[in-house]
Design a protein around this ligand. Structure first.
Ligand code: FES
Length: 152
C-alpha cells in the first residue's frame, strides 16, 4: 500500500520575491521556480522543458515566464507551454504563505506495509527535466536555428 502526500518546504521570506519575479529553489536534486505574480504565488519545475535552461534567469511578464534561452513561454499558474519552441508543459506545485514565509508543496511518496502478494511498487514518472532531455535527444535538435525543435 502506498500513500502520496505533500511536504511543505520554506522557500524564502515573503518580501524576498518582488512582484513579477521568481526565485529558484532546489530540493532532493530537483530544481523548482517559485513566482510572485500579480495574482499570487505559484511554483513550477525550474528547468525549461525545451533545452533545460534555468527559468530563474527568465523574465516574468504578468503570469507568463519567458525562458532566457530561446524565449519560449509558459503560463505560470497552469504550467502550460504557450509559445514556440516550447511544447511540453511544466509541472506545477502548490504554494502557500504563512507567517511571512513562502512555501512550496512537494509530493512525497511513502510506502506502507505490503498487504497483498499482488501489490506492485508505485509507478515511477520521469522528472520533467529528464523527460525534456530525452525528447531533445530523440529529436536530435541541438543544431537547429532555435537550438531546438517545437513539436507543434
Ligand atoms: S531552453 Fe527554454 S525555450 Fe529553449
Amino acid at each position: 500500500m502506498s500513500d502520496t502526500s505533500v511536504a511543505w518546504h520554506a522557500v524564502c521570506e515573503l518580501d524576498e520575491i518582488d512582484e513579477e519575479d521568481l526565485i529558484q529553489f532546489e530540493h532532493g536534486g530537483q530544481v523548482y521556480a517559485v513566482y510572485h505574480t500579480p495574482s499570487g504565488f505559484y511554483a513550477t519545475d525550474g528547468i525549461c522543458t525545451h533545452e533545460a535552461a534555468q527559468l530563474a534567469d527568465g523574465l516574468v511578464l504578468g503570469e507568463i515566464i519567458e525562458c532566457p534561452r530561446h524565449q519560449g513561454r509558459f503560463d505560470i499558474p497552469s504550467g502550460k507551454a504557450k509559445g514556440a519552441p516550447v511544447c511540453i508543459d511544466l509541472r506545477t506545485y502548490p504554494t502557500k504563505v504563512e507567517a511571512g514565509q513562502v512555501y512550496i508543496g512537494i509530493s512525497t511518496r511513502t510506502t506502507g506495509q505490503i498487504t497483498s502478494s499482488y501489490a506492485r511498487p508505485p509507478k515511477q514518472f520521469p522528472s520533467t527535466q529528464a523527460h525534456a532531455l530525452e525528447w531533445s535527444s530523440k529529436l536530435g535538435d541541438s543544431d537547429s536555428e532555435l537550438g531546438g525543435t517545437c513539436c507543434r
